[in-house]
Design a protein around this ligand. Structure first.
Ligand SMILES: [Zn+2]
Length: 75
């Protein structure tokens, strides 16, 4: 699995979309060695927690979005 594929699936993974067990394992395996995807995963995970806590996403600091964009732009 390359980063592009991992990132596409990562969003499904974070959204708890239906992924097969093998897809989940591929993503987790990729995250173990790929620090860039790990960064995206952690940022997205934090972001989703913030949104869940606030119940809306207009209170998410804009810096969050720019951080994520910066990380993704490195690919
Ligand atoms: Zn990666």
């Amino acid at each position: 699995m390359d980063c592009k594929e991992a990132l596409e699936k990562l969003y499904l993974y974070l959204d708890h979309e239906i992924l097969s067990e093998s897809e989940r394992q591929q993503i987790e395996g990729h995250l173990q060695w790929c620090w860039r995807c790990q960064q995206v995963y952690q940022l997205e995970n934090n972001l989703q927690n913030l949104i869940r806590l606030n119940g809306r996403n207009d209170e998410v600091p804009p810096s969050f979005f720019s951080k994520i964009k910066n990380v993704i732009a490195q690919f």
